[in-house]
Write a protein that binds this ligand. Structure first.
Ligand code: GLA
Length: 392
């Protein structure tokens, strides 16, 4: 995107003053490792080339002035930096305000107020982490504007806390991590317990990644997400009576099967089985990718979807319809991505089949659900960064 229209919006909605600085943070898509992050497991996401842009500048007083080109009806949101709390009606601006509040709470000095204008080109509500994108963008912006000394891992943890504590969504660390640490043409294998990570080249000659958006509104997503978390925590408590483990991510499939009988509730057992198998599947999938075995990687993506459908029960008829159509149309691998309950799927397909694929999968999806899917070819981009000459 060119920054001209963002600059115009900045000039229109903010008071006159110094030139603002430009920042970018991507969206993300997860290739495999779903609902494993808050279970101490591994994830394998990558940063997208689409994301959120911001122009920002320090003020001389304590006011924070925020405007988003995506939500013009809300106008400029003005808040005192010493008085930050969650207000539902402030909608999107709770993300940047939450990050600012957590920075201050942790003793990072935000010496003055600031003006920011945002523009995002991540499809809205599609499960591609537009909210984590604004959070990480805000954190990078605060770091640069106020010369804050903070390393990347601490910055990521603070943005996750902003979402947990300020916004009240109990998310894991995957989204914020991949958005901050993403690298062009690489995916990130992250151990969510230790936060050790490896940027892994995505070598896929002649193949591409395609995101398909169900365009289904994710109504109950928040509460169902928190419910899955507590189900996994309950299963872990039961297993801990017999096993010396800290998280479900500590278990091999074999050990899990040996002790699964301890979990009497069949739903809890299924949730835990998904968390354990998905974590081990993610490690196996990355091995396959590194060996150049894309078919093997794709099979594991398909297994991941089945497990999310049958054991974790977070797919729903729209995601299932898209994935089944993709399997039928020769996808090398296809699965739901993100939290589920709507949102997007991710598929690996041959570059030369993309047109036929989107046409046929789109038709089949509409026939089954009455909804229109949207397709985007994935470009894997870099993590969050300042833009422009001044900060490279
Ligand atoms: C959402 C959360 C992540 C992760 C995924 C499921 O995107 O924000 O932390 O739990 O769902 O893998």
């Amino acid at each position: 995107m060119d920054l001209d229209s963002l600059k115009q919006a900045f000039n229109k909605y903010m008071e006159e003053g110094e030139e603002p600085q430009a920042f970018f943070a991507p969206g993300r898509v997860n290739l495999i490792g779903e609902h494993t992050d808050y279970n101490g497991g591994h994830v394998f996401p990558c940063a997208l080339s689409v994301g959120t842009y911001a122009l920002a500048r320090k003020r001389k007083d304590r006011k924070i002035c925020l405007y988003s080109m995506n939500f013009p009806d809300l106008g400029v949101i003005e808040v005192d930096k010493e008085n930050l709390h969650y207000v539902k009606e402030r909608e999107w601006s709770n993300y940047p305000l939450g990050v600012t509040a957590i920075f201050q709470k942790e003793g990072y000095e935000i010496k003055a107020g600031f003006d920011v204008t945002f523009y995002g080109n991540i499809p809205n509500g599609a499960g591609l982490s537009s909210s984590a994108s604004i959070e990480v963008l805000t954190a990078v912006m605060l770091r640069e504007l106020f010369d804050i000394k903070i390393n990347m891992i601490d910055l990521i943890k603070l943005t996750q806390r902003a979402e947990n504590e300020f916004v009240g969504v109990n998310c894991g660390i995957m989204d914020q991590f991949s958005i901050a640490a993403g690298k062009r043409d690489h995916a990130i294998l992250l151990n969510c317990e230790t936060l050790e990570y490896a940027q892994t080249p995505l070598k896929m000659d002649g193949l591409i990644l395609v995101i398909a958006n169900t365009n289904k509104r994710r109504g109950l997503a928040g509460s169902k997400y928190n419910e899955r978390r507590s189900e996994c925590e309950a299963a872990l408590r039961i297993l801990k009576q017999e096993l010396e483990i800290d998280t479900l991510g500590d278990l091999t499939n074999k050990t899990f099967e040996k002790y699964a009988h301890l979990i009497k509730d069949s739903n809890l057992k299924k949730r835990a089985r998904h968390a354990v198998y998905e974590n081990n599947r993610t490690l196996m999938a990355v091995e396959k990718l590194n060996e150049g075995d894309i078919e093997g990687f794709g099979q594991l993506m398909n297994d991941s979807h089945r497990s999310l459908r049958d054991d974790y029960e977070v797919t729903g008829k729209e995601l299932d319809a898209l994935v089944e159509a993709a399997w039928k149309e020769g996808a090398i691998g296809s699965r739901m991505t993100g939290a589920g309950f709507g949102g997007c799927t991710i598929s690996i397909i041959s570059e030369d089949k993309v047109e036929r694929f989107t046409e046929r999968v789109g038709k089949e999806y509409t026939r089954k659900t009455g909804l229109e899917a949207e397709f985007y070819v994935v470009e894997v981009g870099d993590g969050a960064k300042p833009l422009g000459e001044r900060k490279g």
